[in-house]
Write a protein that binds this ligand. Structure first.
Ligand SMILES: CSCCC(=O)/C(O)=C/O
Length: 412
């Protein structure tokens, strides 16, 4: 039976929703009538849910505006006869599919509109940021994965996609909706609030840092360029049998490899680098890294210069000209040493009738030995800035299989 006056015992829960909505409005998470909030009743044994109404200014709600429903959406209290939030069907799906969920926040923070246009696939992923620890069950060196779904005209249409994400991504307490916002939840109202704050922070940091070159998206994961957590990462190497290499090259997906349906490529362990004679050091990505000075002394590099390619900024013909040159199979009569300062890509090295695709990213200082057939391609970020280190005067003389057929068998 529906009550006309707010029951005393529910007032603290109702007041909390009013307070949360006011603070979310002040944060810009629910301006222009967007956004919403729901919690489970804190009364012992109750499965009721409380939901903010639609049509009331988010920062001006009073306890009598908050609607209480039972677990099958029958209205228990609706003192001001208001319409429940349009998100109710989505909230219900989240409660249903995430049994520990006790509170849900729907934010229209503009950062998520921007983020879902930087991450155009089905997931936002980031790693090595301290705030990842604020998301239950995650460490700061783990990859946080939050699913992204496309927006629809109505909330009802979104509900089934949100439900599917909650089931498929049990570790994620959130679903992003492209060009729209986020649904984020937790086992209590405060846990949901912490999740919402951490994810908003991570999205803001990833966007700003990617835009200013302080973070890089590698294999779909946004990572800060600095060293923490990354120093133990080894370059990833894939083996690509020559028969699988198409005339245009290996090609690559977002993950760096060309996955021929039904024939996923094999990850190699790093011992392959030894066979290829490829060596590497992991640095910070900074030009003034002390370790770089040590390497210069250790390996007697007396000269360096910077090579920079940016498919988003350079003239198309110029960028493609460089890419064609670097992607043509070639070798040099000296070691090729490259220290990646931003962006990333893949060195493909040919050895015993196969290609080995070695991923390089910020901080990698890689040495491709003299006479080893290789080529380079940027990753999907289409940019790389690298320091080239030389023992003698800087030079870039590539010997290609076309120019030097008699050398073709060297180092194979
Ligand atoms: C990662 S630096 C750009 C590629 C390059 O300098 C080279 O020599 C490719 O073989």
């Amino acid at each position: 039976m529906q009550r006309r006056r707010s029951s005393i015992e529910n007032e603290p829960d109702k007041q909390r929703i009013c307070d949360l909505m006011e603070s979310f409005h002040n944060l810009g998470w629910c301006s222009g009538s967007g956004g919403g909030c729901s919690t489970r009743s804190s009364l012992t044994g109750s499965r009721n849910i409380l939901v903010a109404p639609s049509g009331v200014q988010k920062e001006m709600m009073s306890v009598d505006d908050i609607i209480i429903l039972d677990s099958t959406s029958n209205v228990i209290e609706n003192c001001n006869d208001l319409k429940p939030s349009a998100c109710l069907s989505i909230f219900n799906e989240i409660y249903l599919n995430s049994p520990s969920c006790s509170a849900i926040i729907h934010s229209h923070s503009s950062v998520f509109v921007k983020l879902t246009n930087l991450f155009l696939g089905a997931e936002f992923k980031c790693q090595y940021f301290e705030m990842i620890k604020g998301v239950n069950g995650h460490e700061n060196d783990e990859v946080l994965v939050i699913p992204i779904i496309d927006n629809t005209r109505t909330e009802e249409e979104l509900a089934s996609s949100v439900a599917a994400c909650v089931k498929i991504y049990p570790r994620s307490p959130a679903v992003l909706v492209r060009n729209h916002g986020i649904y984020v939840w937790g086992k209590s109202w405060s846990n949901a609030k912490v999740h919402a704050e951490c994810i908003d922070y991570l999205a803001t940091v990833c966007l700003d840092m990617e835009r200013t070159g302080l973070a890089t998206i590698e294999g779909g994961v946004c990572k800060p360029n600095s060293e923490f957590g990354r120093k133990n990462e080894k370059p990833r190497v894939w083996r690509v049998p020559e028969v699988m290499v198409e005339p245009g090259g290996i090609g690559y997906t977002e993950d760096g490899v060309n996955v021929i349906p039904g024939r996923p490529l094999k990850f190699e362990d790093e011992s392959i680098l030894e066979k290829l004679g490829v060596t590497y050091d992991r640095l910070s990505g900074r030009e003034d890294d002390q370790k770089l000075d040590d390497i210069k002394v250790r390996d007697e590099y007396k000269n360096f210069d910077i090579v920079e390619l940016d498919g988003g900024k350079m003239e198309k013909d110029k960028y493609e000209g460089f890419m064609t040159k670097f992607f043509e199979t070639h070798y040099h009569e000296d070691d090729e040493v490259r220290y990646i300062l931003s962006g990333g890509g893949y060195f493909d090295c040919r050895y015993e009738s196969a290609w080995y695709r070695i991923q390089v990213k910020v901080g990698d200082c890689i040495c491709i030995p003299e006479f080893l057939w290789h080529r380079f391609v940027c990753d999907t970020g289409r940019k790389v800035r690298a320091m080239r280190l030389f023992k003698d005067a800087p030079k870039w003389e590539a010997l290609t299989d076309v120019d030097q057929p008699e050398r073709k068998e060297r180092k194979e």
